[in-house]
Ligand binder design. Structure first.
Ligand SMILES: Cc1cc2nc3c(=O)[nH]c(=O)nc-3n(C[C@H](O)[C@H](O)[C@H](O)COP(=O)(O)OP(=O)(O)OC[C@H]3O[C@@H](n4cnc5c(N)ncnc54)[C@H](O)[C@@H]3O)c2cc1C
Length: 305
């Protein structure tokens, strides 16, 4: 795709997605654009031909990009959409590139809650809105009053909470192809919203999850009434591996890249876990992670492997 001259300083061609994903895997993005701000994002989108694939990313903490990379345009929001502002006693305006942990910390300063759950989600608000990310009983969309979106022609829209169909790690938008640029969130006045409570949740997480290793958090959603980790462990799959990817010994719903895994190793391991759990437990696990891009063998001429 040809990129207009004014956007060239913020554009990379063939940028390795392994630099932008928490699994540290993924082939090159054809065009990787880092907007300066919202106006720059809108101006850029207006120049993108309509047939071009556009992939928004936050911090890549729920994304498996295949080794052949991504055709079209990848747009990163972190670093560009970074405004957080208190609007009233209980409402907060937050742009989509803001890290969830920053929202949690800011809410504690403002005596607002419950937002502690966001501290353990290593992504952006945009990613949390797309996934309805949640932890410790809290969920992103429980706090949404409205969202602001941008479509692929660069036009902005304001949409109410009730325009979205929201469930456990599932969000269906009324219109396809819009990305989140901001949200108005509501919390409660919580005079004792405490940093200590947030730290306690993070400690609990550290004790049970392989935090610090290269992963995407939970790979599969929990099936109704059960836990994916329990089913994987009961199938004897803790430690199972393909190439450099292995099921975590600490938390069976995490797949770890020990440093040498390819996206293909991870995807094959996901398939292996799915097949074994289905064979032994009769349950077909559904991936929570978003798998995007093309296989290395499908990369076009001139693409890096
Ligand atoms: C160690 C670890 C622990 C984790 N723990 C949890 C947890 O407790 N609970 C939980 O829910 N998740 C957890 N996750 C998964 C992940 O952090 C969340 O899903 C997070 O919300 C993803 O945000 P992101 O910005 O990294 O999104 P990305 O991974 O960059 O993208 C994920 C999806 O969101 C879309 N997206 C991103 N930004 C936008 C936007 N602005 N507009 C539209 N779509 C967008 C992308 O296109 C993609 O489809 C964990 C991950 C790790 C690595």
């Amino acid at each position: 795709m040809a990129v207009a001259r004014e956007f060239m300083p913020r554009t990379k061609f063939g940028e390795r997605m392994s630099r932008h994903t928490s699994w540290h895997v993924g082939g090159p993005a054809e065009v990787f654009f880092s907007p300066r701000d919202r106006a720059d994002l809108a101006a850029f989108l207006k120049t993108v031909p309509p047939e071009t694939r556009v992939q928004f990313i936050g911090l890549g903490s729920n994304l498996l990009v295949r080794d052949g990379g991504l055709r079209g345009v990848v747009i990163e929001t972190s670093g560009a959409l970074e405004r957080v502002e208190r609007l009233s006693e209980t409402t907060v305006y937050c742009e989509a590139g803001v890290a969830c942990a920053r929202i949690a910390r800011q809410c504690i300063k403002w005596n607002l809650g419950p937002a502690e759950f966001l501290a353990g989600i290593p992504g952006t608000l945009g990613g949390a809105l797309a996934m309805n990310a949640g932890a410790f009983g809290g969920e992103t969309w429980a706090h949404v009053l409205h969202v602001e979106t941008i479509d692929l022609r660069g036009e902005e829209h304001t949409r109410g909470r009730d325009e979205y169909e929201v469930g456990y790690r599932r969000v269906r938008a009324p219109v396809e192809g819009e990305a989140f640029v901001a949200a108005k969130l509501r919390f409660e006045h919580q005079p004792r919203a405490s940093a200590a409570e947030m730290r306690a949740l993070l400690e609990r997480r550290k004790a049970t999850q392989p935090i610090g290793e290269w992963s995407c958090g939970s790979v599969f959603t929990n099936p109704p009434g059960d836990h994916a980790a329990r089913l994987i462990e009961a199938s004897g799959l803790k430690g199972a591996s393909v190439g450099g990817a292995a099921v975590s010994d600490k938390h069976a719903n995490f797949i770890i890249n020990h440093g040498t895994a390819t996206a293909s190793d991870i995807e094959r391991l996901i398939e292996k876990v799915q097949a074994e759990v289905e064979r032994l437990q009769g349950v077909r696990l559904v991936p929570e992670v978003r798998i995007v891009g093309v296989e290395a063998s499908d990369a076009g001429p001139g693409d890096e492997p």
